[in-house]
Design a protein around this ligand. Structure first.
Ligand code: GDP
Length: 445
């Protein structure tokens, strides 16, 4: 019941439609039934599924469909628009106060990923030129303050925490003092981490709502673990009733995250999802785009997110130099190696490939994809002399044999690498000169 399966199922449903010439009521009903099933399997709440499929059905059967599209495209368009709608429509960005500091309060169950998100957000804000400070108002768990300290240090952010053992009992006071402290020290954003429990309880809600009252936050972000499935709706409602929130952070959207939570929470609470947290690393944070998420679910790929991530990981200056080399034919195996290392820096290749269109059907191949491939490539290139790396034309049989021995690979491995490199260089040259590359082979990788 992951996003992968959801999009696979929808793709399958649409493929069946594609063969039809004209949409009949029976086609629409059958398709809507399939969509219902796929959504329920992905743990979207029943109430949300019902409303969703009713709207899709009504629109697909109305005369208001886009006649320029074929029947399958019409349904895809309607489903896509409805998905975007459920996910909040327009992208909603973090709101900043007119007069700093902007106060951002985090709420959510224990283990939902609040502390991790606090670090990611601080890091991101810092990169954007802000001066965030973290406030440790989670005094419930013995280790929570300490954990936030570690996170703050990794993120390179300031922190306000009560001295250990110094009459620290009152999280509401710590939160209020923290905001005061931030104001005095001229931090322009305050991120307040609050206590979570394993289950929703009245005392926790009271505390959170007290913290909200005394700190008057500009944003209250409800952090929810995307993997909690059907519980998402009840938890979100409880927090909405108890504290209320201005936005949602979906955490753990990597791995086996059940896609349904995103749809359910946004639909049931009417609050926008602002961020998606996609891993344990500090950089694994994405702004949430309803339209891109909808495309992801429909397996149309998420090129924009991919490009954004690439831009973050690649040094611009470096990229410019490489592009120049491509265009002028000076791209060498050393550059190739550097590119590979950049790719590794970008994090999981699988995650990246998963965002490309059509990859939903290539799931198996994706799972078989071995990241150690990069390491093997690296070993081969390292066994080459500088002259060989600059000019692959001189790689004759005996040189290839020597390289294979030196790197512990076979001559076939070496041959394959050289061929792939030459193809990649050729393809990139086309791109650098403004042409359209032939993507399917993903040559460079
Ligand atoms: P808190 O109790 O709400 O503060 O939750 P934590 O921030 O301590 O997170 C609980 C666990 O989830 C930790 O082991 C985190 O490393 C992990 N975690 C948090 N966010 C993510 C995420 O986006 N992806 C994954 N895979 N793990 C996460």
């Amino acid at each position: 019941a992951t996003f992968g399966t959801l999009s696979d199922r929808l793709t399958e449903t649409f493929r069946n439609l594609r063969t039809k010439g004209k949409l009949s009521a029976a086609d629409v009903d059958g398709t809507v039934r399939e969509i219902r099933r796929a959504l329920l399997d992905a743990d979207v709440a029943l109430q949300v599924v019902k409303e969703f499929s009713a709207r899709v059905r009504e629109r697909a059967l109305s005369d208001d469909v886009n006649k320029a599209l074929n029947p399958a495209q019409q349904v895809v368009q309607i489903v896509n628009e409805e998905l975007v709608g459920i996910l909040g429509g327009e992208q909603r960005r973090l709101a900043f106060a007119k007069t700093p500091p902007t106060v951002i309060m985090l709420a959510g169950l224990q283990g939902s990923g609040k502390t991790t998100f606090a670090g990611k957000l601080a890091r991101r804000l810092e990169k954007e030129g802000h001066t965030p400070i973290l406030v440790a108002a989670d005094l419930q768990r013995p280790n929570a303050v300490n954990q936030l300290q570690v996170v703050a240090e990794r993120a390179g952010a300031a922190i306000y925490a009560p001295e250990p053992g110094n009459g620290v009992g009152d999280p509401v006071r710590v939160a209020r003092d923290g905001v005061e402290h931030a104001r005095r020290q001229q931090h322009d954003v305050v991120i307040i981490d609050t206590a979570g429990r394993l289950g929703v309880d009245a005392e926790l809600m009271k505390q959170a709502s007290d913290i909200r009252r005394v700190t008057q936050p500009d944003e209250v972000l409800f952090v929810i673990d995307a993997m909690i499935g059907q519980d998402a709706v009840n938890t979100a409602k409880a927090f909405q009733d108890g504290v209320d929130f201005t936005g949602v952070v979906l955490s753990k959207l990597d791995g086996d995250a059940r896609g349904g939570a995103a749809l359910s929470v946004a639909s049931v609470t009417g609050r926008p999802i602002i961020f998606a947290s996609t891993g344990e690393g500090l950089e694994d944070l994405e702004e949430f785009h309803p339209d891109r998420m909808a495309s992801r679910i429909l397996d149309l790929g998420d090129i924009l997110t991919l490009i954004e991530q690439a831009q973050q990981a690649f040094d611009e200056e470096e990229a410019r130099k490489v592009a120049e080399k491509f265009a002028t034919d000076q791209f060498t195996l050393d550059d190739f190696l550097q590119q590979m290392q950049q790719l590794k820096k970008m994090g999981s290749m699988k995650k990246m490939l998963g965002m490309l269109p059509g990859m939903g059907q290539m799931k198996q191949q994706l799972d078989d994809f071995d990241e150690r491939e990069i390491d093997r490539t690296e070993a081969i290139i390292r066994s080459m002399t500088p002259a060989e790396r600059t000019n692959t034309k001189i790689l004759n049989g005996s040189r290839r044999l020597r390289i294979a021995r030196g790197s512990g690979m076979t001559v076939t491995d070496v041959n394959q690498l050289v061929t792939r490199f030459e193809q990649a260089a050729k393809m990139m040259k086309t791109v650098a000169r403004g042409g359209t590359p032939n993507i399917p082979g993903m040559g460079a990788m």
